[in-house]
Design a protein. Structure first.
Length: 407
């Protein structure tokens, strides 16, 4: 080891020791950030609610979801039976429920099969608002007592007054033909004493969405004050006593890890260790940058000849993909397939029942199980409300497989 390298390492170690000593000597400040983490004890985290929820669900368990709803529920879908392999309620409590349209599609499909989606948030994606026909308004109020109550008379004892500042986030408009109001909020200093809607029920297929605009009531700070937990009990009265899939802010890119106690997670959770870790990585990068030496001459990079045919194909494919009219494409696939059955096998395709499957099986010579699976998929797509590219891929593959055996 050279003398210069020893000096660099000595300076790095001295700085790390100094940073750790300074950080450890400081009193730990109270962290008022709204992180809504189910593992932490900070005021605006959900550890108390998460633990109490586990004791209430005597017929179900809590499964923490560390991925996006699209990734998690897509892995739980049985593409052979065209149904989800799991049942239960999805719960998300966060200041901003901002997810991708693919996740919204998946949640709508999951709810349509008879499950509950509970979301408590100050802000929700435009795609979800447009799909369920509601809008949200945020009117910030300061130093005003807020009374949260329920429409159901059986929950009148669960009405609670919060003395802390609560934002007046409420539903400014809803689809009154299908949406049911479940709760209100009212402010003491409001001259008009208006009851603002903060809790609604929106049916979707055989299931429903429960939407709530005050996630702060589920935090450690609120649940441990006086009798404010009673309001949360009233909310939970609308959640079925079955498995709960809890949306965690601790997202993981690949795989799913529960109750992780890895060293790195502990280091990043401690301010002193976290800064020491960042400084170590920074100085290591600087050291590598100034000491790395090229061991060989530059090698000239020769670009391969471009395949213009592939580029043209990609351009056409991207143009088709960007239209995202998956519903129209899927319906056309189904229409052309049924026309094929009428012209090829002279069959009446208006009633796709069990007798139809048996006749098609006898005329085409295809296995009965395969024929029934294809017709079931056709019937599902004809009734489905929301489509994505996977629906187009599944019907295309199924039809091509059915027709390929005729050749």
């Amino acid at each position: 080891m050279s003398k210069r390298l020893k000096i660099y390492l000595g300076i790095l170690i001295a700085i790390l020791i100094a940073v750790v000593v300074v950080e450890l000597s400081k009193p730990t400040p109270l962290d008022w950030r709204q992180t809504y983490n189910e593992r932490q004890k900070k005021p605006y985290d959900l550890k108390v609610f998460h633990e109490e929820l586990a004791t209430i669900l005597y017929s179900g368990k809590i499964k923490n979801v560390y991925r996006t709803p699209f990734e998690y529920f897509r892995d739980q879908y049985d593409f052979d039976r065209y149904e989800y392999k799991i049942r239960g309620s999805f719960i998300s409590i966060t200041p901003d429920f901002l997810v991708d349209p693919g996740s919204i599609h998946e949640l709508l499909d999951y709810a349509a099969e008879g499950n509950i989606i509970f979301i408590s948030s100050n802000d929700m994606p435009r795609y979800l608002r447009d799909s369920l026909g509601f809008s949200i308004k945020n009117d910030l109020r300061f130093k005003s007592e807020t009374t949260l109550s329920f429409v159901n008379r059986r929950l009148q004892n669960n009405k609670v007054t919060f003395k802390e500042r609560i934002q007046n986030v409420h539903f400014s408009s809803i689809d009154t033909l299908s949406t049911t109001v479940l709760g209100y909020q009212q402010f003491k200093n409001d001259s008009t004493q208006t009851k603002y809607t903060n809790f609604i029920h929106v049916p979707i297929g055989q299931g429903s969405f429960l939407l709530h605009t005050q996630p702060t009531v589920f935090t450690n700070f609120q649940l441990l004050k006086d009798n404010q937990y009673k309001y949360t009990e009233g909310i939970l009265a609308f959640i079925p006593n079955e498995d709960v899939f809890f949306d965690s802010p601790n997202k993981i890119a690949e795989g799913e890890i529960e109750n992780s106690d890895s060293e790195l997670r502990f280091i990043l959770a401690q301010p002193a260790l976290r800064w020491a870790w960042y400084l170590a990585l920074t100085f290591l990068a600087i050291f590598i940058l100034f000491n790395i030496k090229r061991k060989q001459r530059f090698v000239k990079v020769i670009k391969p000849l471009e395949n213009t045919t592939v580029d043209f194909t990609k351009t056409i494919g991207n143009l088709y993909y960007e239209t995202k009219d998956h519903k129209n494409v899927a319906h056309k696939k189904v229409t052309y397939f049924l026309e094929y059955l009428r012209t090829e096998y002279f069959m009446d395709t208006q009633v796709l029942d069990e007798a139809f499957c048996k006749r098609l099986h006898q005329k085409s010579g295809k296995p009965l199980e395969e024929t029934e699976r294809l017709i079931k998929l056709v019937k599902i797509l004809k009734k489905k409300l929301f489509f994505d590219e996977n629906d187009v891929i599944r019907i295309t593959d199924a039809i091509e497989k059915f027709r390929r055996k005729d050749n």
